[in-house]
Design a protein around this ligand. Structure first.
Ligand code: ASP
Length: 287
């Protein structure tokens, strides 16, 4: 049964260290979850506003918390997708701007294209007077400690179902730590890291190379659409496929009935869920 109450999930990435406390992130996510309940806002407004705030916080590996690539450059990726229209926007390997997700939304709204990359994306951002990073060295406060894993991770994302039954998804990242120059992951790839249609809204985080090869976000929709799977089964199936390829990570998803699913096969996932009854759930390591 469709809900008239908004339903919302945000994530702060699949990168979780067993020994570390995430009290600050949990408090921050809970506050954002409460704000998402602002009645009347569209699902697209809700996901963009949440992701923009997550980017600006410096607590996650996205926006301000991003790490430089191996060449010392901060290259960021983001995407948004609107369920009812299936319009989408994305930026990849973007340098020099505060909010990649806002730019992705502008690509969707202001151009006939879905993705702009690199220098062209930056030029578009300048033309539209998006807020710039004046000095990367002082602005960025990398939130992820480089470790020895091949593809350490961190990303932010949000999915929402608004009171009018509209679904939307948004995802933003600084990418995997230690990535090479111009590496682009799943986050800005519509269907891999982000998806929304009239059935589901999905945002992924994890080792992007595997999510791209599994086309994970769109796979959740396909499982519901063609396989008749429940949302939980579809998210599990998509994550199992990522695992089958050798990757790990997390997926958050909402369907048109207001069902929610947040699953991971990584060490954890920073996340907050606003259920249809208004209950807010925040967790990092527990399932
Ligand atoms: N999926 C992101 C990427 O591969 C990283 C992450 O989710 O932490 O760029």
């Amino acid at each position: 049964m469709a809900t008239s109450r908004p339903v919302f999930i945000l994530h702060g990435g699949a990168g979780v260290l067993a020994a570390r406390s995430y009290d600050r992130e949990e408090a921050h996510m809970a506050e954002l979850a409460r704000k998402s309940l602002d009645a009347g806002a569209s699902a697209m407004d809700v996901v963009c506003s949440a992701v923009r705030t997550l980017e600006a916080s410096g607590l996650y590996v996205a926006g301000k918390g991003s790490s430089p690539n191996r060449s010392g450059h901060y290259e960021l990726d983001a995407s948004v997708m609107d369920g009812p229209s299936r319009k989408a926007g994305a930026v990849a390997a973007l340098e020099g701007f505060i909010s990649p997700v806002e730019l992705a939304r502008a690509v969707m709204n202001e151009t006939p294209h879905v993705m702009l990359a690199g220098a062209g994306a930056a030029s578009f951002a300048r033309q539209h007077a998006f807020e710039r990073v004046a000095d990367p060295k002082s602005y960025y406060t990398p939130a992820g400690a480089p470790d020895t894993r091949e593809l350490p991770t961190g990303t932010v994302g949000a999915v929402a179902l608004d009171g009018r039954g509209r679904l939307a998804a948004a995802t933003s990242t600084g990418g995997t730590l230690n990535k090479v120059w111009s590496r682009v992951g799943d986050t800005p790839i519509i269907g891999s890291g982000t998806w929304a249609d009239e059935r589901v809204a999905v945002s992924c985080t994890g080792q992007g190379e595997y999510f791209m090869r599994a086309n994970a976000a769109a796979d959740v929709s396909a499982r519901v659409r063609y396989g008749g799977e429940t949302l939980d089964a579809a998210v599990k199936g998509a994550l199992d496929d990522v695992a089958h390829l050798g990757g790990d990570g997390s997926i958050i998803a909402i369907d048109a009935e207001g069902n929610v699913s947040a699953q991971f096969n990584s060490a954890g996932m920073k996340r907050a869920i606003v259920h249809a009854d208004g209950r807010i759930e925040v967790a990092v390591k527990t399932r």
